[in-house]
Design a protein around this ligand. Structure first.
Ligand code: NAI
Length: 462
């Protein structure tokens, strides 16, 4: 019997893989997608972005009800957090969204294969599951297998020591949670458990939090998180973590060991390339375990492409999606492009932190002449009505051309506000362009306009 033949086989149904499959099907290709998990959507939908946002929302409401409602004239008493109900709500959201992808696959006539996909030579993919092994053939193969948590030498996962997957489902609020790594995951999940009452200690190797982000914004973020009760120990290298019964001991270089009841290892992620059959087509990984690709996401093997967390660049769902769309379009139309300079990054803490383009540190390092405009939310009417006046918007524009080079926001709904900045940058806007666009009053978005005005020293409400 001949193997089922497709134009494109996508390995991995995370946000990168499933969106590529849809776009390729829209463009008329006969597409298959191989996924080993029962649910589609990948880490992001099942055990990442979506469930973490569900818990961040629930716990933020709990925290708000406890600390901020009284200011609004709302009195509540006898309030408790129902953790099982929060976890159930999270599971329901995940189930609804993953089922949604099944429906999108049916609508777009994408064939789904359940099992572990591996390349078996040029144009061939084998799908293995508990019951069978199926051979598939395709003109093009796309690797979109994502990433998994990085482990650290000296740390064996198990029991109270786990990664984000476990920290999204602790059955009890930890008494003391030690988080290793002050990046996106450590801060988001550290916030969730802090709001529910855990003592949270974040250990970070560098002397700052959120590496890579604008350092002024990161410093402001640290101060706000400290006020919320997160404890940071910076410049601390974790050497080992071991289980002692139902507790764990974390050993750090030059510091007393920490004893706690949960450890969250959030020290980065590494590409998922195990058992992919890359050797059958001669693909070699780079020094960081990533698949090298060219401008159109082509690997060194003809007909094999890769996108998302398995290749270079930030490990972000929306970056993987843009790459997948560009890859599918390039295959069919010959054209496809990703503007890496306008990919936003958002940390969904409270307040949120959002960034796009160059940081002030980048511009200084590269000797780019720039002008800076900043506007604090404490001078924004809508922020006052929300009761969320921490933070600011910072706009960085080229000193000669005024073109916006970067926008950094810490404050209420920063993750939504950054979309305007990304769109402005994608269209090559200057700070003057934004300053002359009417922004509805009273909105948080006015803070972006004011920061753009501030680049030229003419903010109106400061
Ligand atoms: P990260 O790279 O953001 O942060 C890891 C932190 O761990 C770094 O600050 C690093 O210096 C520190 N570290 C490493 N080894 C250490 C050691 N031995 N001792 C102490 N500190 C150590 O990685 P994270 O938070 O695990 O997230 C992984 C990826 O997932 C990121 O690339 C991120 O982009 C993505 N992500 C994105 C989210 C979003 O868009 N909101 C949410 C969650 C994850």
């Amino acid at each position: 019997m001949s193997s089922p033949q497709h134009d494109l086989i996508v390995i991995g149904a995370g946000p990168g893989g499933y969106v590529t499959a849809i776009r390729a099907a829209q463009l008329g290709l006969n597409v298959a997608c191989v996924e080993r998990e029962a649910a589609l959507g990948g880490t992001c939908l099942r055990i990442g972005c979506i469930p973490s946002k569900a818990l961040l929302e629930s716990t933020e409401r709990f925290h708000e009800a406890q600390t901020d409602f009284a200011v609004h004239g709302i009195r509540v008493s006898g309030m408790t957090a129902d953790l099982p109900a929060m976890l159930e709500r999270k599971e329901k959201i995940v189930a609804t969204l993953t089922r949604g992808i099944d429906a999108l696959f049916r609508k777009n006539k994408i064939t789904r294969y359940k099992g572990h996909g591996a390349i078996a030579g040029a144009g061939r993919v084998t799908v293995r599951n508990e019951t069978e092994s199926t051979e598939l053939a395709a003109k093009y193969i796309l690797i979109a297998t994502g990433s998994k948590p990085a482990t650290l030498p000296g740390i064996v996962l198990g029991g109270p020591i786990g990664t984000s997957a476990e920290a999204l489902a602790y059955s009890h609020v930890p008494h003391h949670l030690v988080v290793i790594g002050a990046g996106y995951i450590g801060l988001e999940l550290g916030s969730v458990w802090r709001r529910l009452g855990a003592k949270v200690t974040v250990l970070e190797y560098l002397d700052r939090i959120l590496p890579g982000m604008d350092s002024e914004i990161a410093t402001e973020a640290r101060k706000i998180f400290e006020k919320q009760g997160l404890e940071f120990r910076l410049g601390v290298k974790v050497l080992a973590a071991r289980v002692d019964g139902d507790r764990a001991t974390v050993e750090c270089k030059g510091a007393e060991p920490l004893v706690c009841d949960r450890v969250l290892v959030a020290a980065g992620r590494v590409p998922n390339t195990d058992g992919l059959g890359l050797d059958t087509v001669g693909i070699k990984l780079d020094g960081r375990g990533r698949i090298p690709v060219g401008e159109r996401f082509e690997t060194s093997a003809a007909g094999v492409f890769a996108i998302g967390d398995v290749i270079r660049g930030p490990m972000l769902a929306h970056k993987a999606q843009e790459e997948g769309i560009a890859c599918a379009e390039a295959l069919v139309t010959g054209r496809g492009h990703v503007d890496y300079n306008t990919i936003p990054g958002v940390v969904y803490t409270h307040p949120e932190i959002a960034t796009v383009g160059k940081s002030e540190d980048d511009l200084k390092r590269d000797n780019v002449p720039y002008r800076k405009g900043a506007f604090p939310f404490r001078a924004n009417g809508r922020a006052h009505s929300l009761g969320q006046t921490d933070g600011k918007v910072k706009v960085l524009a080229h000193a000669e051309t005024d073109r916006i080079l970067g926008v950094h926001i810490i404050g209420p709904r920063a993750g939504e506000l950054i979309a305007e900045a990304a769109a402005a940058m994608a269209f090559g806007a200057s700070s003057e362009d934004i300053a002359r666009v009417s922004h509805a009053h009273p909105t948080l978005a006015e803070a972006f306009k004011e920061a753009a005005l501030a680049v030229d020293g003419r903010a109106l409400h400061m």
